[in-house]
Design a protein around this ligand. Structure first.
Ligand code: NAG
Length: 277
């Protein structure tokens, strides 16, 4: 039981955990501190590559973030796609909204034709957590809507990064209406592996091991970090705005452990191949 709860607790930072009735993953909140704040971030300015993924016909529910890579390809986390995929296809109500800092109003929304998920995505340990969503029509670029450049250079300790998201601004609380932003620093691999393991023990969560060659860890401070709804969003270098990671997982939320991002540089050949599809 502890193990099951733990697995659920660390895993998914998808946003639609707001609807517990249909969703086992609501147990996530049984293990979190209602006072813990995510992001501890600030309201973001325009982020031209930012994508809000949402679904639902009458009431739209937020799913995840993503980033525009080409006029047809949106990069997100594989666990986000898993969440909106059933019966062999993507949810027909899934939309990718761009050009707005409010996921539920303004901007332009695109339908999605298909996904290209990493074939070695492992949901139980959240590894290789990358997927592309291919839009049905070309995304039209303008001042507010533009692709982000992917960086395949290795990102080392001390690099300053930025992440944006509509994730919860506190555990169990509501999603952010306006896009938020958090600046954080890439931490040492051993520090990350050890700190995640220690905090997981303290919280009695069975977290998977961090694999630094596949995952970037960032940390700011206790009470600052990513939370549900931030999954799939881009981690960019603060100095050049190039995307180096994808929000993947973390211990619930902002409890003093680093946050984990799929490491873009570890996936160059898969990404380049997917972009040709
Ligand atoms: C699309 O996503 C689903 C759900 O994760 C996965 O089973 C399927 O293999 C993916 N399709 C491709 C072509 O990657």
């Amino acid at each position: 039981m502890l193990f099951k709860a733990g697995i659920i607790a660390f895993t998914l930072l998808v946003g639609s955990l707001a609807f517990p009735a249909q969703d086992d993953m609501s147990i996530f909140f049984d293990h979190t501190d209602p006072e813990s704040r995510i992001v501890g971030g600030v309201t973001a300015g325009p982020v031209p590559w930012m994508v809000g993924l949402s679904q639902g016909s009458l009431v739209r529910s937020f799913v995840c973030g993503g980033s525009i890579i080409t006029n047809r390809h949106i990069l997100t986390a594989a666990h986000c796609v898993d969440h909106v995929f059933s019966g062999g296809r993507l949810s027909s109500t899934l939309r990718a909204t761009v050009g707005t800092n409010r996921w539920n109003s303004g901007g332009t929304s695109y339908t999605l034709a298909r996904n290209i998920s990493h074939p070695n995505y492992v949901s139980s340990i959240i590894k290789n957590d990358l997927s592309f969503l291919v839009t049905t029509n070309n995304i039209v670029f303008n001042n507010n809507i533009a692709p982000v450049v992917l960086s395949y250079n290795n990102v080392g300790t001390g690099v300053q990064t930025r992440v944006n998201g509509w994730g919860r601004i506190r555990t169990g609380g509501s999603l952010a209406t306006n896009l938020m932003e958090l600046r954080s620093t890439v931490v040492d691999n051993n520090f990350c592996v050890e700190t995640v393991a220690r905090v997981a023990r303290e919280l009695r969560i069975a977290a998977p091991a961090v694999q630094p060659h596949l995952e970037i860890c960032t940390f700011v401070a206790v009470n600052q970090g990513t939370c549900n709804g931030d999954s799939g969003s881009a981690l960019v270098r603060h100095d050049n705005n190039q995307q180096v990671g994808i929000v993947s997982w973390g211990l619930p939320c902002a409890r003093g452990a680093p946050d984990m991002f799929a490491r873009v540089s570890a996936y160059r050949s898969w990404i380049e191949n997917a972009l040709r599809q």
